[in-house]
Ligand binder design. Structure first.
Ligand SMILES: Cc1cc2nc3c(=O)[nH]c(=O)nc-3n(C[C@H](O)[C@H](O)[C@H](O)COP(=O)(O)O)c2cc1C
Length: 213
């Protein structure tokens, strides 16, 4: 690569606002693309694209989402607080347009499912809808909410209580192969990627050389 850019705190601070957001939003690299499904007490549904999903632990199976600073119009966060339930649905290459459109600021009375044409999939006894078109779907139970004092964001931690994946997307080790599931990745807030597996590696040990599976 020719040349490189080296920014220190004051340079980052001096960047034009949108360029700073574009750079910092993309600097963590590939992020997962998910649709978070919720509903309020009247079963009015809501759907929002989110890329901040993080693994917290496997046993119990916990995942965290980071929500932007709280305001009255945070429909997804409010619904999760009220119902304690939400769904996480992987975005695949066939639903990128609709998935991206869920980020638009629709009023609370408008469901992003209806607005984008994605279908609601309800399961008996569950308080949040899944995305019918998704093939990797998780039902989540709220376990903790941690306000992050540093910038007013909120970390929402939930337990996976229901998990659906296409059988052919589970590899010999039992892991999900996101390439076979056609799950896609996001950079920043506007770029959608398909990722290709390069190689799989054996568990790393100090006294053994790296070994490919
Ligand atoms: C690619 C992409 C990723 C996003 N990831 C997040 C995220 O991780 N956390 C968040 O709070 N908002 C995220 N957003 C913004 C929400 O999708 C947006 O604020 C949405 O309108 C929230 O819907 P709601 O107000 O109905 O909850 C993302 C937007 C895009 C386009």
């Amino acid at each position: 690569m020719r040349g490189s850019m080296h920014l220190r705190s004051s340079d980052i601070e001096d960047l034009e606002r949108r360029r700073r957001a574009a750079l910092i939003n993309s600097i963590t690299g590939y992020k997962p693309a998910n649709l978070v499904g919720t509903a309020n007490n009247e079963r009015q549904s809501n759907l929002a694209i989110m890329s901040s999903l993080v693994h917290i632990g496997s046993h119990p199976p916990l995942l965290a989402l980071i929500f932007r600073p709280d305001n009255a119009e945070r429909h997804t966060l409010n619904n999760i607080r009220d119902s304690g339930s939400y769904t996480i649905n992987h975005v695949h290459s066939g639903i990128i347009d609709a998935a991206h459109q869920t980020a638009a600021r629709y009023p609370g009375s408008v469901s992003e499912f209806a607005a984008t044409g994605l279908s609601e999939l309800w399961r008996d006894g569950e308080a949040a809808p899944y995305v019918g078109e998704a093939t990797v779907r998780m039902g989540m139970q709220l376990r903790d909410e941690v306000p992050l004092a540093i910038n007013g964001t909120h970390m929402v931690i939930g337990e996976i209580v229901s998990l659906e994946v296409p059988s052919e997307a589970i590899n010999d080790a039992g892991a999900l192969d996101p390439q076979i599931a056609d799950s896609i990745a996001i950079s920043g807030l506007d770029s959608y990627y398909r990722c290709n597996l390069i190689q799989r590696m054996a568990y790393a040990k100090p006294d053994e050389a790296p070994r490919r599976l």
